[in-house]
Design a protein around this ligand. Structure first.
Ligand SMILES: Cc1ncc(COP(=O)(O)O)c(C=O)c1O
Length: 369
């Protein structure tokens, strides 16, 4: 099954917005009333329940949807969950970890950062030492897969430390949730953020937080923002049984409900993860055969997005390479690594191993150096 060129002139091999199925796009043709049960009960509450089922087998978890792109929801979570007398420890080994620290900075939240090399996973031992030496730290935040390079971070090992040290654990799993198995309870995660247009394969417009309900219920301090008050958003969604406080992105939400059905039809997260791993395997094997080199060591690469070094030839130019591939039906991504010239290719979305094989043919035809 591949995306027909009639639907889209090119396939998005990007980390989201990504290529979606024709059926996900098709359900957006209908309009919805946000005061009606058809929408609140029939769409929003179904999504909220299904997200919790996907997140953990344990009891006591809840979900809340929030308008905006992924960053809005990360900001809503940090601003809502860390109390005024709290302190945040941020683990950063990429652009999205650093973005969490920037949010804390702008919100005047006391914080400290453990920054590590973007090609290395953070060390849970460093987290243990930081929590042991600084009793003021109340919360720890990290990114599961930092999409700026594609690195996969050890959420379970860090979660074990955070739980043992009795702090709260927040994970940005924006580009991994739904595409890699992960149980919130097993990983000791109190709050997890992701968005509609990543591995669930919906379209952009909102994100969501999966939370231990007791931890979210504790966040009823004076909010730092009106629109990004995650606690109040959750309270209204609970009391109003699927009601959003402010205008809901109805078409996007309906598309997400369809995307969740299609995740089940594919066989759930394990099967989707297997497809993404196969996409990634075919990509790396084919690109290495064509002479490209991966930026990250194999042990910490995720199947979500892969960073490649630019070829060492003066004749190579990303914009021309990009345009050549686009003409042949594939859109790739510029690099975001800080220590080398790179580009990235995403392997998530409505994208299949045969699409990656076709991409490799296009890459071969675009090599002019
Ligand atoms: C891990 C991670 N966190 C945060 C974000 C920010 O999301 P957005 O660009 O939707 O604001 C992204 C975006 O790709 C991401 O991959």
């Amino acid at each position: 099954m591949t995306t027909s060129p009639n639907e889209n002139p090119y396939l998005l091999l990007t980390p989201g917005p990504l290529s979606t199925s024709a059926t996900v796009k098709a359900v957006m043709r209908r309009d919805w009333c946000t005061w009606d049960d058809d929408y609140n009960q029939g769409v929003v509450q179904v999504i909220r329940r299904r997200l919790v089922e996907l997140a953990t087998r344990a009891e006591g978890y809840t979900s809340v949807l929030m308008q905006g792109s992924g960053t809005f929801v990360v900001e809503a979570l940090i601003g809502t969950a860390v109390p005024r007398d709290g302190k945040l420890l941020v683990l950063a080994n990429g652009a999205y970890g650093r973005r969490i620290a920037r949010i804390a900075d702008l919100l005047d939240i006391d914080h400290t950062v453990i920054e590590s090399d973007e090609r290395e996973s953070p060390d849970p031992g460093d987290v243990d030492a930081a929590l042991a030496s600084d009793p003021a730290i109340t919360h720890v935040a990290m990114v599961h897969g930092d999409t700026s390079t594609g690195i996969l971070n050890p959420v379970m090992a860090v979660g074990e430390v955070v739980r043992r040290r009795r702090r709260l654990f927040m994970v940005d799993a924006m580009s991994t949730f739904g595409g890699m198995p992960l149980d919130l309870d097993e990983c000791g995660i109190d709050f997890l953020v992701s968005s509609a247009n990543k591995c669930i394969q919906g379209v952009p417009g909102f994100g969501f937080v999966l939370a231990r309900a007791a931890a979210l219920a504790d966040c009823d301090d004076r909010p730092r923002s009106l629109s990004l008050d995650l606690y109040d958003q959750w309270r209204v969604m609970e009391e109003g049984e699927g009601k959003w406080r402010f205008t809901s992105p109805t078409h996007t939400v309906r598309a997400f409900a369809q995307a969740l059905v299609e995740l089940d039809e594919e066989g759930g997260i394990e099967r989707r993860a297997a497809r993404y791993r196969e996409n990634h395997r075919v990509l790396v094997e084919g690109m290495e055969r064509l002479g490209f080199q991966c930026y990250l060591p194999e042990a910490c690469r995720s199947p979500i997005i892969t960073t490649f070094h630019d070829p060492e030839s003066n004749a190579y130019e990303f914009t021309r390479f990009y345009a050549d591939l686009k003409r042949q039906g594939f859109v790739i991504y510029p690099g975001k690594a800080t220590r080398a010239d790179t580009f990235r290719i995403g392997t998530i979305g409505h994208v299949f191993p045969d699409d990656i094989r076709s991409l490799l043919v296009a890459v071969e035809q675009s090599i002019t150096w």
